[in-house]
Design a protein around this ligand. Structure first.
Ligand code: PLP
Length: 430
């Protein structure tokens, strides 16, 4: 790391890189290469045996991606990070690294739909059971745990309900019984640091706020280095028993000289090696470019979203605005405990006119893009009942928090007057 600081504004510009030793170039170079010349046979053998860390082949690691990994690890207060080709790959690897056939994990029900599918269908087909529980009561995680439970999984700020997850409460339950909490922090970078509250692992879709400009699909896994895998050796066999795919290495032992990074090294040396979801160096460069302005962008995203919430709350066409700032009781207390500096860019609202009004509203928008993405610099909108949630029956839609008239916004960085003007003309059109 080029600078020793905990301040995110400085970390995103300086961690992991100062200047190119060969040319003095200040911007991180795009190392668009597949392979790396070994100094000699001993060097090559040492790299493969993990006696020395270094570049072997871009599927396993790349110097441009390495800068992004160092910056994300520093930003989250973690020990090390691994970048992958999508947020989906990050979530899959984070779980597959611990759970094998016959094992299970316990997950919050409040999840991005793609993660839900991964858990309910693909992991199930691979022999890993995912037990879904209501996150409003942290004890539900303990109740669903048995001797084969290897991890807990949740999102910090899941949409559409936007009810912040009880990170410290669930992490503490897991730490008692040897179960690490994996947090998907995609919707709340900068605002929340789950590792500070006891989570063991953070995953991101960097596609969203971190990249920030809608150019590159990507994912990241950050190892907190704060979980005692050896203490719970029986609970965590994947890290504590010989790995036949790496000449019998026991990861907690093999990685000890490097640091408390057994979890993340195992993903790189086994899952990334075998399944190959490596990011392209060019995408890592674009993601780094986005990351440099993340703290500044999050501040403005939050300001604009809050202004939109206050404006929408006064409109007669709207029955309810969904945003952490509008919550009360325990849900609001969690938002205030875990989100610092703002309540995020995402918000929802329910139109009195139901599904017909929702569709008309979306079709009338001129500035907002109608897309299935979040976290772009541009403002985005979607009507979940007719798109992302259309495969679900109305009852199931309601259970996930999607009513027929629900509209989701990801508020961007345009001038607030232009954002409100577009919403105003679209509401008048319904
Ligand atoms: N997690 C969350 C919270 C998301 O919103 C998304 C994508 O929408 C993902 C994970 C998956 O990320 P990606 O699209 O980069 O695979």
């Amino acid at each position: 790391m080029a600078v020793e600081t905990k301040r995110p504004e400085t970390i995103v510009l300086h961690a992991g890189w100062r200047a190119d030793p060969a040319t003095g170039a200040v911007a991180p170079p795009i190392y668009q290469t597949t392979s790396y010349q070994f100094r000699d046979t001993e060097h090559a053998a040492n790299l493969f045996a993990l006696k020395e860390l270094g570049n072997i082949y871009t599927r396993l690691g790349n110097p441009t991606t390495d800068i992004l990994e160092q910056r994300l690890a520093a930003l989250e207060g973690g020990a090390a990070a691994l970048c992958v080709s999508s947020g989906q790959a990050a979530s899959a690897f984070a779980v597959q690294n611990l759970a094998r056939v016959g094992d299970n994990i316990v997950s919050s029900t409040d999840l991005y739909g793609g993660t839900w599918n991964l858990f309910a269908n693909t992991l199930k087909d691979q022999g890993i059971e995912v037990r879904f529980v209501d996150p409003s009561d942290p004890e539900n995680f303990r109740r669903a745990t048995d001797s084969r439970t290897r991890a807990f999984f949740a999102e910090t700020l899941p949409n559409p309900k936007l009810a912040v997850f009880p990170i410290a409460e669930v992490a503490a339950i897991g730490r008692e019984i040897g179960v690490p909490l994996i947090m998907d922090n995609t919707a709340a970078p900068i605002l929340a640091r789950p590792l500070d509250h006891g989570a063991a692992v953070v995953v991101y879709s960097t596609t969203k706020f971190i990249g920030g400009h809608g150019t590159s699909i990507g994912g990241a896994i950050i190892d907190g280095g704060n979980f005692d895998w050896e203490k719970f050796a029986e609970r965590q066999p994947a890290l504590n028993t010989p790995d036949p795919s790496y000449h019998g290495a026991i990861w907690t032992q093999a990685v000890k000289p490097i640091g408390p990074v057994a979890y993340i090294i195992k993903i790189r040396t086994t899952l990334l090696r075998d399944l190959g979801a490596a990011p392209s160096p060019f995408n890592s460069f674009l993601t780094l470019q986005g990351l440099e302005t993340l703290p500044l962008r999050m501040e403005r995203h939050c300001q604009n979203a809050t202004a939109v919430v206050h404006w929408l709350a006064k409109r007669p066409e709207i029955v309810k605005v969904i945003h952490p700032s509008q919550q009360s009781g325990e849900t609001r207390a969690r938002a205030d405990k875990y989100l610092k500096g703002g309540y995020g860019a995402l918000l929802g609202f329910e139109l009195a006119g139901g599904a017909t009004a929702g569709k008309k509203f979306i079709d009338a928008l001129k500035l907002f893009y109608h897309v299935a993405n979040i976290g772009d610099a541009r403002s985005l909108a979607i009507h979940p009942a007719s798109t992302t949630h259309s495969q679900l029956a109305e009852e199931a839609q309601l259970a996930t928090g999607v009513s027929p008239g629900y509209v989701r916004l990801s508020v961007g960085l345009e001038h607030i007057d232009d954002i409100l003007a577009d919403l105003d003309q679209a509401l008048k059109a319904i």
